[in-house]
Design a protein around this ligand. Structure first.
Ligand code: ADP
Ligand code: MG
Ligand code: MG
Length: 930
């Protein structure tokens, strides 16, 4: 923040310490300052500086909010700063806040760094009271308007600042409308509204024990405090958990001169998008409401009209709006989402932001902007995320099922959702807790529905358009949503809806298609998405045709356009990525799938399953063996079976590296359950017919039993303690490789030792492995080079990586175990237990098992990378934990300088995209991925 020019005419420098400046004029900020000014404040600043008609105002920074929330009071000097900026605002408007005559009114608006639609509070018309309402009436020449504004203020202030149940005010309004026999609030006259104000004031007195505050400055201060506090409401916290927004950012507060959309038929308010947020196509999208104030549009009090209608209502304002929309799109080079108000024919811009969009729109729009020459391919790649790609890979409804839809609505957020219809948020939560999938069905949603929206598979409303609360929130969550299905007659009280004579009751299963807007009774089958089909074809154009047979032309075009956009950006991602992408695959089928999805190797081939099923008894024999001969017999039986397993995998991955992890889990996992076996043995003894084998097995199982198997005899320890086990595995690998090479293939196996904690462990096991490899080479006369490396999944291994690298040609970070052992968490035990509380308290923003804990686990990785490479310059470095497919983690691994990540086959495309994004985002922090 730069200080204003100072000292030119010798006055003492009164510029406040910039670190202590909490209030900023709109003209002082820019769109880059979202962290300080919040998204709304930063963009209001940007629009002000673009010369757009923004009502004047100022922003109280997020810093002030953080201080307030931490200390429970405003920072020192904030009140004076607000005084100063308010005085400037009053001077600019030539009005005094809440004066008896021609009062200045302001709005007090929340706005955090990341948009949290409808989550926090805003109060309009601050400054009205018994004394100023007449002044507003006189100045505007519209008494009805003045009283309408006053009743709105008490209602909003009562609900958001004083914490009174909003229904009390809504009920009063409904009652008044009923009494006067009108259906819309527009039908109420001056005296009705005057009576309503009296009723609202009575509610305030009744509920708070004091009168509605008549001092405008007190109103302002209370509203500011309420906005600070709205950061921590339950619904805001729930939204942040879902969206992984940190709890410690705080919100800014924007104080802005009011402009009035409720001044009669030549006034109104609306929202607009510069493109279709569902497809990314340019055009005029939005809703407009005549003679209304901002809140009314989203609240669905009256039916809005399509924005195009404004052309007939107020052509001049419409043209001006279109001009500004084009300017904003050009300036932001992206889809903009806009709030505006028209006051007696004069257009005012109240908000803009880069709009939320569906995953399909994000890809299509990015590519379209490249084609239009607005952005380059690197920038296009930055505009899409792995999470969006994941969304496009979800299955869709099978169009060939032939089921006729019950109804159609507006497709607001894509996806195929199936679940039991429920009619309120509480029921949604209750059923979800019982493990049921639900679809939340409402006339329209409001912020109180959030808990239900969070747990629902999909959201269906009978009212509202693409900019309604349900649509905006669902898109933000990436949740399937159909809105405005107006054929649905929803009877929330009786928990059912009817449509064209058919009835759907609570609990009946319905299917909702967020891509087409169709609503079906029952469960419709799902099929792979066109994007998934294309990715699985390996991007080969000949096989990339989306299945268009039964789709309508628009749907097929849409699908083809998305497939094309994804393919183009994937190609670019692959071409710029530095980080390779491998897959975790244990079977030939998985390996094949991973390869088709673009994996350039297998980074983790687990071998545990090669000891399970039918083969379990060989493990028992091995453990029960008393002589070397018996041991050899058990191992000899396993050898050919495992050799075949590896042969299949080498076949699938020919010429790509396959990193095979030697047996890892504790042996007891391959033995019968201790309790069951103990019971069996006890029963047999009781009967006087003890079974000798079972008795011996029980002894062995008892011996193997461990209190903390996760920290017990497993990984490299097993190889060192159970003779011959690793030798057998390595022989199977080497012999399969020899056979594959003899058959003309190019096998590239690597042997990976798990759970190494110290160099000596690896040295010892390595000697055994090398001896077996040499033996196979000598016996077959065929030389297949096989690299030997280790997993780094214990803090000690990371800290002694320099020495371990002495006997490892590669490292693969096992980030699951490394996270468990670094934090001292047992994943299975703690995740369901208390992670909710930890997320709530802000100890994590996201589980460390989902996104890598950069500060702790990441630090260990960085140490191991540096020391490992210093000891062995050619050391190959990868990751094989689940983090390898997590977008944020992939970007971290790129920064840490790893060679590749390995993840489950279905996440391979996501990791490829993120590897490309990491390359174009540069180091030092990724772009906003929300
Ligand atoms: P949200 O973040 O929930 O959209 P806003 O702060 O944008 O909340 O405000 C709610 C509504 O009030 C919006 O429609 C907005 O355009 C309108 N509004 C906010 N400030 C003013 C103002 N100074 N004059 C007129 N309308 C306003
Ligand atoms: Mg808004
Ligand atoms: Mg492990």
């Amino acid at each position: 923040m730069s200080n204003p020019a100072r000292g030119s005419h010798g006055t003492p420098d009164r510029t406040p310490d910039p670190a202590r400046q909490f209030v900023h004029e709109f003209a002082e900020g820019s769109k880059e300052q979202k962290r300080l000014l919040g998204g709304k404040g930063a963009n209001l600043a940007e629009m002000t500086n673009l010369g757009l008609p923004v009502p004047p105002g100022f922003t109280i920074s997020t810093e002030a909010c953080r201080y307030y929330l931490a200390e429970g009071r405003e920072p020192e000097g904030l009140a004076q700063e607000v005084d100063r900026h308010l005085a400037r605002l009053e001077a600019e408007r030539g009005k005094q806040l809440g004066a008896q005559e021609d009062p200045l009114l302001v709005s007090v608006r929340s706005g955090a760094m990341y948009s949290m639609p409808g989550m926090m509070d805003t109060v309009l018309d601050i400054g009205l009271h018994d004394g100023s309402v007449a002044g507003l009436a006189a100045e505007s020449g519209d008494e009805r308007f003045a009283w309408d504004s006053y009743r709105r203020l008490i209602q909003m202030f009562g609900k958001t600042v004083l914490g009174i149940d909003g229904r009390l005010f809504d009920d009063a309004l409904e009652r008044m409308k009923r009494d006067r026999g009108v259906t819309s609030d527009l039908g109420l006259g001056v005296s009705d509204l005057r009576d309503l104000v009296a009723e609202h004031k009575a509610v305030v007195r009744d509920r708070t024990g004091r009168d509605f505050p008549q001092d405008p400055r007190e109103q302002l201060d209370m509203a500011i405090r309420a906005v600070f506090e709205s950061w921590n409401t339950e619904r805001a916290r729930a939204y942040r958990r879902q969206e992984r927004i940190p709890h410690d950012l705080g919100t800014a507060v924007n104080v802005m001169a009011m402009v009035y959309g409720n001044l009669g038929p030549n006034s109104g308010t609306g929202v607009a998008f510069t493109r279709d947020p569902a497809t990314g196509r340019p055009g005029v999208y939005g809703d407009y409401l005549t003679d209304a104030q901002g809140e009314d549009v989203v609240a669905g009090i009256r039916n809005t009209v399509a924005l195009q209608e404004l052309e007939h209502i107020d052509k001049r304002s419409y043209d001006e709006l279109l001009r500004i929309m084009a300017l904003l799109e050009e300036h932001y080079k992206d889809l903009c989402d806009i709030e505006f108000t028209i006051e007696r024919g004069k257009l005012w811009m109240l908000q803009t932001r880069v709009g939320k969009r569906t995953a399909a729109a994000a890809f299509q729009m990015a590519v379209q902007l490249v084609d239009d020459g607005v952005i380059d391919l690197d920038e296009a790649l930055r505009r899409v995320t792995g999470a969006q790609l994941a969304h496009l890979m979800f299955p869709q409804f099978d169009k060939s099922s032939g089921t006729a839809p019950l109804a159609h609505g507006v497709p607001a957020s894509p996806g195929a959702a199936v679940g039991a219809a429920v009619f309120d948020s509480a029921e949604a939560v209750a059923r979800r807790d019982r493990g049921e999938r639900v679809i939340l069905v409402r006339q329209e949603t409001n912020p109180d529905d959030l808990p239900g929206m969070l747990v629902a598979e999909g959201i269906l409303t009978s009212r509202g358009g693409k900019t309604s609360h349900a649509a905006v929130v669902a898109r933000g969550m990436g949740k399937t949503c159909v809105v405005g299905a107006d054929a649905l007659e929803i009877d929330t009280g009786r928990r059912r809806f009817t449509v064209h004579g058919a009835e759907v009751r609570e609990g009946d299963v319905i299917s909702v298609d967020g891509t087409t807007g169709a609503v079906y009774r029952g469960e419709i089958a799902v099929v792979p998405s066109p994007v998934m089909r294309d990715l699985q074809s390996g991007g080969r154009p000949d096989t990339a045709r989306p299945d268009t047979a039964r789709q309508d032309a628009a749907g097929a075009d849409g699908a083809a356009a998305v497939v094309h956009a994804v393919r183009r950006l994937m190609r670019h991602a692959d071409s710029v990525a530095r980080l390779g992408v491998h897959a975790n695959a244990d079977t030939p089928q998985d390996a094949e799938r991973a390869r088709r999805l673009g994996a350039r190797g297998i980074g983790l081939c687990r071998t545990e399953h090669m000891f399970l099923g039918e083969r379990r008894h060989y493990v028992e024999d091995l453990i029960l063996a008393e002589t070397g001969e018996q041991q050899d017999k058990a191992l000899d039986a396993l050898l050919p079976l495992q050799r075949d397993d590896f042969a299949g995998i080498f076949e699938a991955m020919n010429d790509l590296p396959v990193t095979i992890r030697l047996i890892d889990p504790p042996l007891h996992e391959f033995l019968p359950d201790l309790t069951e076996l103990a019971v069996k043995v006890a029963v047999a003894r009781e009967r006087g017919e003890p079974d000798e084998d079972d008795e011996r097995l029980l002894q062995a199982v008892r011996k193997q039993h461990e209190r903390n198997p996760m920290l017990g005899l497993r990984g490299v320890r097993l190889g060192l303690v159970v003779p011959g086990l690793v030798g057998m595995q390595v022989r199977a690998i080497a012999e399969a490789a020899v056979a594959h090479k003899r058959a003309g293939g190019t096998p590239r196996p690597e042997v990976m030792v798990p759970l190494v904690g110290g160099a000596e462990e690896l040295e010892l096991l390595r000697a055994e492995i090398e001896a077996v490899l040499a033996d196979v080479r000598a016996g077959s006369g065929v030389d297949v080079p096989i690299a030997i490396g280790t997993m780094i999944e214990l803090p000690r291994a990371a800290l002694t990586a320099g020495r371990i690298a002495g006997s490892a040609e590669f490292f693969s970070f096992g980030t699951n175990d490394l996270t468990q052992t670094t934090w001292g968490f047992s994943r299975d035990d703690v995740e369901g237990e208390f992670f909710g509380a930890y997320l709530d308290k802000g100890i994590f923003t996201v589980s460390p098992f989902e996104a890598i804990d950069e500060e702790g686990v990441g630090r260990l990785i960085e140490i191991a990378v540096a020391e490992g490479r210093a000891a062995r310059p050619g050391l190959v470095l990868g990751v094989c934990g689940e983090h390898g497919g997590d977008p944020a983690s992939v970007r971290f691994f790129d920064r840490a300088g790893l060679d590749y990540v390995s993840c489950s086959p279905y996440r391979v495309p996501i990791a490829r995209l993120e590897a490309g994004r990491a390359a174009v985002t540069g180091h030092g922090g990724g772009s906003d991925t929300r």
